[in-house]
Structures are given as structure tokens and as C-alpha cells.
Design a protein around this ligand. Sequence first.
Ligand code: ADP
Ligand code: MG
Length: 264
Amino acid sequence: MSIEAEARLARALQELCLPTMRAHYEAVARQATAESWSYATFLLELVQQECQQRRQKRIERWLKASKLPLEKNWQTLDLKRFPLKIAQQLRALLSGDFLDRQENVLLFGPPGSGKTHALCALSQELVRSGRRVLFTKSGLLVQELLAAKRDLRLPAAIKRLAQWEALFIDDLGYVQQNREEMEVLFTLLAERYERGSVLVTSNLPFSKWEQIFKDAMTAAAAIDRLVHHSIIVEMNLSSYRMEKAKKAKGSNPGTAPEGKESDA
Ligand code: ADP
Ligand code: MG
């Protein structure tokens, strides 16, 4: 190709926003010549490279936007620590099918049992497979919703959250909140009901949700909406940190609760 034609091609690819094709067409063309590809195969290879690069960039953007703590991922999650049933439940969720059914995932267990890590790891895998998840800490989320309500833009804030296939609310009920704060949380859950998945971790079993929602009726209504289409995972495990500390001291070797069945 003449230098002038090359410059025109480069400009056209830039105008069409095809940077990967622009960067790679020469190398791919050389390979096509060497391996006697058809024109169509050459084009397919180039287009696929562009698509692949875009997918990767989009996932990077979505991972950043998800606000997930990236170090809590599937690779650093010790699945052997969980009873077999829980490990299986978590693995089954990786397919993301529950998102298509707008189902919720609720993880219960004492502090340190690995709820946040497990759900972050799952969420990160879901984002990597092209799903949109937003991580929020319940206290912060409630404050944001409350601020929105004060500015008369609560519906807009809730609508904005609807763009995420899954809304991860970490540590629901951890901080005691007042009635007004709980009302906005309830409004959010009611609006999302059957429209988008909610992923929740909580140290409090349902029987104590009255503490979160301040009255029995609201708690029952919130539980009803969350539970209706949900997968419940109960992690009745001891604290991971505590176990590590004990092991480090050498005072309590080999006490991982392997094989311990949960009653989820
Ligand atoms: P929870 O949310 O139940 O209070 P976390 O998920 O925050 O517990 O876990 C507490 C600490 O222990 C975190 O640093 C987390 O990374 C680690 N941890 C817990 N469970 C596991 C696990 N199965 N594999 C790896 N790290 C874990
Ligand atoms: Mg947690």
C-alpha cells in the first residue's frame, strides 16, 4: 500500500473509532499473506481483535465503576474453608442466571465468616462475565439516599441505581439507623422488587430485622420482598481472622470447620 493510502486508512479507522484495528492491521495483513488467508478471514480476525479489546476495556470500566474491593476476589477466596454445600451454592451463582431472574442473594453469618469476601468475589466474576454490579456499604448507601430525599431527588437516585443489574448492599443492619434512614432503604428495596437483583450481607438473622427497620410491619414487608425470589446462604462459620491468628500462634492447629453442614 502506498504511504498516502496508509495515511488515509489510519485516518478512516480513527474516525470510525477503531484503534485496535488501526494498531494491528499491518501485522495481521502480514500474517494473512504468509498463511494465505481469504479476505473474509483477514477481516474477521481484525474485527475480532477490536471486539475483544473493547470487551476488555468495558470490563475494566465496569470493575472500576462497581466500587468492588478488587483484592477480595475469587482467587484469594479460600473455598475449602466453607462447607461443601456453601461452596457449591457460590459456584452455582457464577453463571449469573439468577440476575436474569431478578433474584436476590442473601448471605448471613457472624462477623468475619467471609460474607463480604465471598460476595465480592462472586460479584467480581459476574462483572468479568459482562454483568453490571454496584458495591455499596449499607450505611453509606442510606446516607446517599437520605441526602437525595432532602433534595427531592430520591426517585431520580433510585432510578439511577436501576441501571445496575445487581445492587450489593454490604452489612445491612450493621449500623443502627433512625426511622427516616430506614424508610429510604425500604423505598429502595420496594422499588427494586422484581426489577433488579439485590445482594445482601448481614450479621443479623431475619428475626432481628425489626432492629433495622424499626417496626415489625416494615421489617416483615422488607423481608417479604427480599426473600420472595432469593437464594439464601447461611455461613455459620467462625471468624477467618481469628482462626488465622490462632493458627499463627500455633495454639490451635487444624480446626478448620471443614465438612460442617449449614442448615441453609
Ligand atoms: P464478614 O463480611 O463475614 O464479616 P469478611 O468477608 O470481611 O467477613 O472476612 C473477614 C476477613 O477474612 C477478610 O479480610 C477476608 O478477606 C478474610 N476471609 C474470610 N473468609 C475468607 C475465605 N474463605 N478465604 C479468604 N479470605 C477470607
Ligand atoms: Mg462484611
